[in-house]
Design a protein around this ligand. Structure first.
Ligand SMILES: C[S@@+](CC[C@H](N)C(=O)[O-])C[C@H]1O[C@@H](n2cnc3c(N)ncnc32)[C@H](O)[C@@H]1O
Length: 230
């Protein structure tokens, strides 16, 4: 089974997610002890979607969040480059528009969306800043972006414990519930190497977004970043 490395080669990342698609949602809930649901609700609140808005849910996986966002009356499309993840979403009845798309070269016109959002996907893109620029391209001026991603806890003793004890345990938790436990080694490695909240906010600003704000969830294990396209 394929397992991506920290160089995040797109083919390896896509194949890895194809390989875990079947049990992905369940493994996610087990490993986050159900917190994933709460983080999705908080992301939806931060998005503050209005009926009729055009929303791109990028790296949508099985479209678990996309379905939730459609409840607002917004028109939401799930985009992902793992056909396995999208197909799994269809298989379990997630009835939203789905597009096979690479975040680095989106198959959408300039200014096509009012809102773009990514939950637990940004960390996997081969070039974070370039992907944020590409997201800005497809969002109209004044449009919004919300990113929900793992982060680094700010409180030092907790960060130490999280990095030394929490992250190494993740692949073990995934072992009984995932079809590819090796993929969860990548998860732990990519989480450990991901920037903190302020650092990510700086990358978002450099990519051309304004009004960048962020908020830690669960002591900073996860963070929500928001921004507006000028
Ligand atoms: C951890 S999953 C998150 C899925 C979903 N957003 C969720 O919250 O459950 C990461 C997703 O990012 C997708 N992905 C990674 N790199 C991508 C890229 N360059 N373009 C499009 N999708 C990508 C993967 O295929 C995978 O479905």
């Amino acid at each position: 089974m394929v397992r991506a490395g920290l160089d995040k080669k797109p083919r390896e990342v896509a194949e890895m997610f194809d390989g875990v698609a079947r049990g992905y949602d369940r493994a996610n809930s087990v490993m986050t002890v159900g917190f994933d649901r709460r983080w999705r609700i908080k992301t939806a609140r931060a998005l503050d979607l209005k009926p009729g808005e055009r929303v791109l849910d990028l790296a949508a996986g099985t479209a678990i969040s996309t379905v939730e966002y459609t409840g607002s009356g917004a028109w939401c499309v799930a985009a992902d480059f793992s056909l396995g993840m999208l197909e799994r979403g269809k298989e379990i009845g997630r009835d939203v528009p789905m597009v096979a798309a690479d975040a680095m070269r989106l198959p959408f016109a300039d200014n096509a969306f009012d809102v773009v959002t990514v939950t637990f996907g940004l960390r996997n893109f081969v070039d974070t800043e370039a992907s944020l620029r590409e997201m800005a391209r497809v969002v109209r001026s004044g449009g919004r972006m919300v990113i929900c991603e793992v982060s680094q806890p700010q409180f030092r003793p907790f960060r130490f414990l999280y990095q030394r004890l929490g992250l190494p345990v993740l692949p073990l938790l995934a072992r009984p519930v995932s079809s590819n436990p090796e993929a969860y080694r990548y998860l732990a490695e990519s989480m450990g190497a991901w920037p903190g909240q302020r650092e990510l906010a700086e990358i978002i600003s450099r990519a051309g977004w304004t009004e960048v704000a962020w908020r830690p969830l669960n002591l900073g294990v996860v963070a929500l970043h928001r921004a507006v396209k000028p």
